[in-house]
Design a protein around this ligand. Structure first.
Ligand code: KG4
Ligand code: ZN
Length: 332
């Protein structure tokens, strides 16, 4: 039993996921995405928690079986404590607690936003400390200075919506369905990013704001009419997306300059965006940044990143007891 083998569970939103990590190496990353929300144009919390409940046993079993690990090989069980939807978090938390109790092994809590950042330690090359990470997801937009695996400081955040929301809400307004990010990404690749002007937000310092551009799209759709929108969908997506990306890259540049950091990473669901990945590469050439972009499977929600974070917590001896409960608004 010298190996450090951990099971990690992610259930903060609409992905039920389990992963096994052995001595700091990810063995697998099983993700069950909940398709039911597509019918509602967004995540319905009550349906999300029910789907987690239905999927979690199968997903955990699959992770163990595929890795050839039996439950008695596990040294600890990790789970996402927050931030996220309470009902969704409750399923993963309760499952992890029960399993750890049954096996008489310790529990590790993981902060979902920290885990997005730590996804960069799954594959090579790995960033060195301190580095700057732009974490962009459905619920967050953060500029984070990462001083060590478990020491992170948020130096910039959004004043209103997250950038993932700006993608999702735009897709909904354009009639593209949910989740909007990947759909806009795909259409944007075929459109002209300079076709239509959308406003860049003028927030001070390292603050983001995405409510203005969202409203301007709403007015654009109202003024131009349905037919025009349908005929120009790719150009609208390309223009809207490129404005969002400009806002992200501008603040990233500012943060890198203020904090004098040249190792730059992106993380979270929106870091899967092809336009953002390309824009970051182009900016890196200009600024002489060393950049880090996660593999697609570790951008959107997954237990692999929870397992990576759990490994660091295990090494640091950070465990929690059975009285732990989910924290929907957990901070970094
Ligand atoms: O990290 P994530 O899976 O869940 C949260 O922690 O929120 O991020 C989900 C967000 C959604 O808003 C989704 O539309 C967005 O990431 N997203 C994308 C892309 N893939 C996922 N946004 C833009 N382009 C993509 N390719
Ligand atoms: Zn996430």
């Amino acid at each position: 039993r010298d190996d450090i083998t951990l099971l990690a569970i992610e259930s903060s939103c609409d992905e039920t996921s389990a992963a096994i990590i052995k001595n700091g190496k990810i063995l697998n990353n099983i993700v069950a995405s909940q398709l039911i929300h597509e019918n509602y144009g967004g995540v319905v919390p009550e349906l999300a928690s029910r789907a987690h409940q239905q999927d979690i046993v199968r997903v955990v079993n699959e992770a163990l079986t595929e890795a050839g690990v039996s439950a008695t090989d596990l040294q600890a069980i990790a789970f996402t404590r927050g931030p996220g939807l309470l009902g969704s978090l409750l399923v993963g938390t309760s499952f992890a607690k029960a399993m750890a109790l049954g096996l008489n092994i310790p529990l590790i809590e993981v902060n979902h936003m920290q885990a997005h950042v730590l996804a960069h330690f799954i594959d090579d090359p790995k960033p060195s400390f301190p580095f700057l990470c732009l974490t962009v997801s459905g619920g967050h937009t953060q500029l984070v200075i990462v001083k060590s695996p478990l020491e992170m400081e948020v130096v910039g955040e959004t004043a209103d919506d997250a950038v993932g929301e700006a993608f999702d809400k735009a897709a909904k307004m354009l009639g593209l369905g949910y989740p909007g990010g990947p759909k806009i990404d795909k259409l944007a690749a075929q459109g002209n990013p300079d076709a239509f002007p959308f406003p860049l937000s003028e927030m001070p310092e390292l603050k983001f704001s995405f409510s203005g551009i969202k409203t301007s799209l709403l007015y654009f759709i109202r003024d131009k009419g349905e037919d025009f929108v349908k005929e120009n969908m790719a150009d609208i997506c390309a223009s809207y997306q490129s404005t969002l990306i400009k806002m992200l890259i501008n603040k990233l540049k500012k943060a890198a300059k203020i904090h004098k950091i040249k190792e730059i990473a992106i993380a979270g669901g929106v870091s899967a965006n092809k336009g953002l990945r390309k824009a970051l590469e182009a900016e890196a050439e200009k600024q002489r940044w060393k950049i880090f972009i996660p593999d697609f499977q570790y951008c959107t929600d997954n237990a692999g990143m929870i397992a990576m974070a759990a490994h660091f917590q295990f090494m640091a001896g950070n465990f929690v007891d059975q009285s732990v409960s989910p924290m929907p608004r957990m901070r970094m």
